[in-house]
Ligand binder design. Sequence first.
Ligand code: PGA
Length: 257
Amino acid sequence: MTAVRRPLVVGNWKMHKGVAETAAFLEGLLAAGPPSGVEVIVCPPFTSLPHAAMLLTGSSLGLGAQNVHWEDHGAFTGEIAAPMLRELGVGWVIVGHSERRALFGETDESALRRAACAQAHGLEVIFCIGETLAEREAGATFAVLERQTAGLGALDPGHLVVAYEPVWAIGTGRNATTEQAQEAHYELRRRLAGIFGAGPAEQMRILYGGSLKPSNSGELLAQPDVDGGLIGGASLDVDSFCAIMRDAASRAAGVGS
Ligand code: PGA
């Protein structure tokens, strides 16, 4: 059952931490040592990736980017291609984050194109979805999640993680309740089973994101279908990120035997 899914903790630094701050953070994190049984990924800004890749060489920590373009190269000013990320040793990429959707014109379709290109180049994809407050209040949460996952069948489920991030919880300090998170994750897994089949869906990790922090990570990460977290604000501090990792490790210990 849940024992097959290794907990995954991902730090999404957004537009924080240049090279010097990245180095200081990663040195602290490596010294603290991530707990066993948990997979940990950090996603710094593009400009910090080369230095981060160097510092993380030989460690168990994974490295991710926060976006990727859907073409391998070309006249796309300001964009970064999957082969460029691979060249740096990046293994993961976040796609379709709600900030990309709300502020930079990302759509379900463009997010899927990015994800497909990333997978084609061997990157693991963290595909973000989630409803706005207005959509939740209108009772449209599941309809939105259905729309946002409609094209996922084009992707390889073996290299795909879905991140449920209710938009109203991101950066607001207002997290989903354990019931809201588990209900959405359960529904998402049901939906993924419809797309990929029950076996692959049971193996897929679904992360919760949105004001995840040490004060709520224990209970949120204990939910049966919450396989880890995508963490913004609380991932910027080594101590709070480590505290969340420890809660994920408790989950691993609790369900892994
Ligand atoms: P937050 O961000 O933890 O700061 O709410 C989460 C995210 O946007 O991935």
